[in-house]
Design a protein around this ligand. Structure first.
Ligand SMILES: *Cc1c(COP(=O)(O)O)cnc(C)c1O
Length: 223
């Protein structure tokens, strides 16, 4: 086994243990391999080890990364500027970091007719941190209603990156409650994108359906 294969096996064990500890099936939690700053060979090793979903942070890395694993399901998880939306609309299956109606409208207009609607999560700035992207919890419902009305997007759920905390579960629980509130209001959101290398157990305990893992699959970042 190479190092990446062994790392993936270890992450899968953690996901399985965390899911079974709260009575969930591990098939309810998708593992997204976060590709940022990784060479093509590392991504191909993860693909060979069975991973099929990859997360990309940077528009400028998207083309070489997608070329390395063209059959993977690609998720954009970085900050998206409005002049860079076309790459996401044309090359990605998912966007996790939607935080503005104007970007949603551009993506819907740019999504090619031959592709299924772009799956999107609204990023929530759950701890109200000025340095982080995402919308304030109080603004999520308004943005969700606007996104749900766009023909070429499919609103799937919420994404969050809480600040490291002694009890990470509280912030994850707040994201889940926001999602549940939107669903009571008539939406049908099935996705919670939350949990990274350090806190995937807490996120799964609070309902995460996609965990985004970089370090514990690929090792330390190269930059
Ligand atoms: C880097 C990154 C991750 C992965 O974080 P690790 O701690 O390396 O697992 C997940 N989500 C986003 C948005 C990231 O930028």
């Amino acid at each position: 086994m190479n190092a990446i294969e062994a790392n993936i096996a270890a992450v899968r064990r953690r996901v399985r243990a965390a899911a079974s500890a709260c009575g969930r099936g591990d098939d309810e939690v998708a593992l997204l391999a976060v590709a940022k700053a990784q060479p093509a060979a590392a991504l191909q090793a993860a693909w060979k080890a069975g991973l099929r979903r990859f997360g990309e942070n940077y528009v400028q890395e998207a083309a070489p990364h997608i070329a390395a694993c063209p059959e993977a399901e690609w998720h954009f998880i970085g900050r998206l500027q409005s002049n860079k939306t076309r790459v996401v609309a044309e090359r990605f299956a998912w966007l996790h970091t939607l935080d503005r109606a104007s970007i949603a409208e551009r993506l819907s207009a740019q999504r090619p007719p031959g592709l299924p609607p772009l799956a999107v999560c609204i990023q929530v700035n759950i701890d109200d941190e000025p340095s982080k992207g995402g919308v304030a919890p109080a603004e999520v419902a308004d943005l969700a209603a606007r996104v749900a009305a766009l023909p070429r997007l499919r609103l799937r759920g919420l994404m969050a990156m809480p600040r490291p905390a002694a009890d990470p579960r509280a912030a994850f629980a707040a994201v889940r409650e926001l999602r549940d509130g939107l669903n009571r209001g008539g939406l049908a959101l099935d996705t919670l994108s939350m949990g990274m290398s350090a806190d995937l157990e807490a996120a799964i305990a609070e309902g995460a359906t996609i965990v985004r893992i970089g370090t514990d699959i690929f090792g330390m970042l190269r930059r």
